[in-house]
Design a protein around this ligand. Structure first.
Ligand code: NAD
Length: 310
C-alpha cells in the first residue's frame, strides 16, 4: 500500500490549488505502474484516490458493471466531483485459459471507458485536467489481431469480443489482450478530440509501454510458453523497462508540459515498435481517404475551434 492513504479523507481536497496541488484518481494503484504513479503523485503533494481490487482507498472489482459503478461513484464522492486528472492503470495480462479472456475484456477496456465516461464532468470541472490511459505496445507488435474483435469492443460487446478469439485456442488471451489495448487506444483517440473532452479542457492521452518488470510481467514469465516468447522478443534497447520510469512518463503527461498533448499514444518500449513497424507510421493520407479528410477539415472549420481557451 502506498504512503498517503488517508488523503481522501481530507476535508478540502482542492484547497491547495494555488500551489498546483491536484486531486487524481488512479486505478490499479495496488501494484506495478499504477502503484508507482500513485506513490509519485503522493510524494509531489497531490491527493490520490486509489482504486483496485485489493489494498486501495476504494476497493472495487472493475471486471463487473456493479464494481465499476461503485468505484466511479465513490471517486466522485471523495473528490467532490472535481478531478484534476486520472490514470487508468488497472489491467490484466494474457494468462491461463478459463476466465482470463473475459476478465481482460472487462477490466482492460470497460474498466477504462466506463470510469472515464462517469468522471468526464468531474474532469471538466477542473482546470486543464489530464487523463493517462495505459495502453501497450502489444497494439502494434502482436500479429493477426482480428479487426472484428476490436470492432466488438468499440461497439461495447464484450461477449462478442471474447467469442471472436476462441479460434486462437491457447493464444486466445494474448490476442484478446492486444485487441483490448487497440480498442482502448482507438477510443482515446476518437474521444480526445471531441468537444466533450478537448472542448472541455480535458487532455486525454494513452501511454503504451513495452515489457516492464511488474507483477503482471512476472506472472507471464512464470508460464514457460509465454516466458520463451517474452525473453526472445526483440527490444533494441535490451532488458525490461522500469515501472518507476513509466510512472515518470505518466506524471509528465499529467503536468502542464502536456497542455498541448491530445489524443496521442506515447510508446515507451525500448524500440520494439520501431523495430517491427519503422515505416508503418507516420503515414500519408492515401488517395482514397482524401475526400473523408476534406470533410473532416470542413467540419472543424464550420464548428469552430473545439478546445476551450484555458
Ligand atoms: P500489475 O499487475 O502490477 O498491476 C495491475 C493492477 O490492476 C493490480 O494492482 C491489480 O490488482 C489491478 N486489477 C486487476 N484486475 C482488477 C479488477 N478486476 N479490479 C480492480 N483492479 C484490478 O500490472 P502493471 O504491469 O503495472 O500494468 C499496469 C497497466 O499497464 C495494465 O493496464 C497493463 O495492461 C499495462 N501494461 C503492462 C505492461 C507490462 O509489461 N507490465 C506492458 C504494457 C502495458
Amino acid at each position: 500500500m502506498w504512503a498517503c492513504p488517508d488523503q481522501i479523507q481530507a476535508e478540502t481536497p482542492h484547497e491547495n490549488r494555488d500551489v498546483l496541488v491536484g486531486v487524481y484518481a488512479v486505478t490499479g494503484s495496488a501494484s506495478g505502474m499504477g502503484h508507482m504513479v500513485a506513490q509519485k503523485l503522493c510524494d509531489a503533494g497531490h491527493t490520490v484516490i486509489g482504486v483496485d481490487i485489493k489494498q486501495a482507498d476504494i476497493v472495487a472489482d472493475l471486471s463487473t458493471v456493479e464494481g465499476r459503478r461503485a468505484a466511479a461513484n465513490r471517486v466522485l464522492e471523495s473528490s467532490r466531483a472535481r478531478l484534476d486528472g486520472a490514470v487508468l492503470a488497472a489491467g490484466l495480462g494474457p494468462g491461463p485459459a478459463g476466465n482470463r479472456s473475459r476478465l481482460i475484456a472487462q477490466v482492460n477496456y470497460f474498466g477504462v471507458v466506463d470510469l472515464l465516461n462517469a468522471w468526464r464532468t468531474a474532469l471538466a470541472s477542473a482546470t486543464r485536467a489530464k487523463v493517462v490511459v495505459f495502453s501497450s505496445n502489444s497494439t502494434t507488435t502482436t500479429p493477426a489481431v482480428p479487426a472484428r474483435t476490436v470492432r466488438a469492443f468499440l461497439a461495447d460487446d464484450a461477449d462478442k469480443a471474447v467469442r471472436s478469439v476462441r479460434l486462437f485456442g491457447t493464444n486466445a488471451s494474448t490476442i484478446l489482450y492486444a485487441a483490448s489495448k487497440i480498442a482502448v487506444s482507438r477510443w482515446v483517440r476518437r474521444e480526445a478530440v471531441r468537444p466533450e473532452w478537448a472542448g472541455a479542457g480535458i487532455r486525454l492521452n494513452a501511454l503504451a509501454p513495452g515489457a516492464i518488470m511488474t507483477p503482471l510481467l512476472e506472472e507471464q514469465l512464470s508460464m514457460p510458453k509465454q516466458a520463451g516468447a517474452i525473453r526472445s522478443f526483440p527490444i533494441p534497447m535490451g532488458g525490461f523497462g522500469d515501472a518507476g520510469q513509466l510512472a515518470d512518463w505518466a506524471l509528465f503527461m499529467l503536468s502542464d508540459a502536456a497542455d498541448f498533448l491530445c489524443g496521442s499514444v506515447v510508446f515507451v518500449d525500448g524500440g520494439s515498435d520501431a523495430y517491427f513497424r519503422a515505416d508503418d507510421w507516420p503515414r500519408t493520407v492515401p488517395m482514397h481517404r482524401v475526400l473523408h479528410y476534406l470533410k473532416r477539415f470542413r467540419h472543424f472549420s464550420a464548428s469552430g475551434p473545439t478546445i476551450a481557451s484555458r
